[in-house]
Design a protein around this ligand. Structure first.
Ligand code: A2P
Length: 284
């Protein structure tokens, strides 16, 4: 079984989920979600910006599972800021998914105006429309700013994390706050990633598993939530099988040594990028 981790509000989250970033076709999205659910995943991570919420919702309905058996996350895009606009964007997300509540809703990036958006999310949380609220791509300083006006603490911070970009300082800070670290692009996003790193491939051979499984296992042992993306059935199934073996302390250290501070995505401190990202809508 896929283990769950406790959130700071007493709820639970399955530690492994399927990510669907850059899956922008109905067939690919629906297949990926169905294969994941068939393989035992009970957690899907989407976003308004991905443009595939509708197909995620359809695939879950067509799977025959009950709504409450699947933990679904979506995210508020950067152009949606302010109290009313946040509520409207959330409703649009619910409508696309075809749900009457969401398991988790995250502020996608710390683009200006997030305090007012958070206030709307707190009200939706208190009304039971969102079971858990959190953030994504927030640095420590941005979390500190948010928490000055927040009355509900974020349950997670979903941040880029992989062997070449380990986020150790932010990880330690999140731990002190009781905010879970959720890793996006856990494998490093495809190109020039750690999947072909000699240390990783050696560990894979030693454990008779794949490089991807070694990397995902390393995340899991760091108490992170992981949401690897794949549109291939065999890989989706493979990425699930990371709970029947373990890395010892020396092996964890070997991977820790690979940190290169190398981001693949935007830098959340890049204010020009954040501003620019508010000029396009995530809603397709
Ligand atoms: P694909 O969707 O073609 O399977 P991340 O979630 O870290 O961004 O990584 C996603 C990338 O890694 C995608 O390019 C995905 O490709 C690929 N990927 C996912 N799972 C595996 C796996 N088990 N082995 C190799 N590549 C994988």
């Amino acid at each position: 079984d896929i283990p769950s981790l406790p959130l700071n509000n007493g709820n639970q989250i399955p530690q492994l989920g399927l990510g669907v970033f850059q899956v922008d076709d109905a067939t690919d999205t629906k297949n990926a979600v169905k294969w994941a659910l068939k393989a035992g995943y009970r957690h899907i991570d989407t976003a308004a910006y991905y443009g595939n919420e509708q197909w995620v919702g359809e695939a879950i309905r067509e799977s025959g599972l009950k709504r409450e058996d699947v933990f679904v996350t979506s995210k508020l895009w950067n152009s949606d800021r302010g109290y009313d606009q946040t509520k409207a964007a959330f409703q649009a997300t619910l409508d696309k998914l075809g749900f009457d509540y969401l398991d988790m809703y995250l502020i996608h990036w710390p683009a200006p105006g997030y305090a007012e958006s958070w206030r709307a999310m707190e009200d939706l949380y208190k009304a039971g429309k969102i079971k858990n609220i959190g953030v994504s791509n927030f640095q420590q300083s941005q979390l500190e700013t948010l928490m000055k006006t927040a009355t509900v603490k974020p349950v997670v911070d979903q941040i880029e994390t992989h062997p070449y970009f380990q986020q150790n300082d932010l990880h330690a800070y999140l731990e002190t706050q009781g905010i879970l670290h959720e890793a996006w692009s856990p494998l490093g996003g495809g190109k020039n990633n750690a999947l072909t790193d000699p240390i990783i491939t050696e560990l894979a051979a030693a454990h008779d598993v794949s490089a991807a499984q070694i990397i995902l296992r390393w995340h899991v042992q760091r108490e992170e939530i992981v949401i690897p993306k794949s549109v291939h059935e065999a890989r989706i199934a493979q990425n699930r099988d990371i709970f029947a073996f373990g890395l010892d302390e020396d092996e964890m250290h070997q991977i820790a040594d690979l940190d290169a501070g190398k981001r693949v995505g935007p830098n959340p401190d890049d204010e020009a990028w954040l501003k620019q990202s508010q000029s396009y809508s995530g809603r397709k």
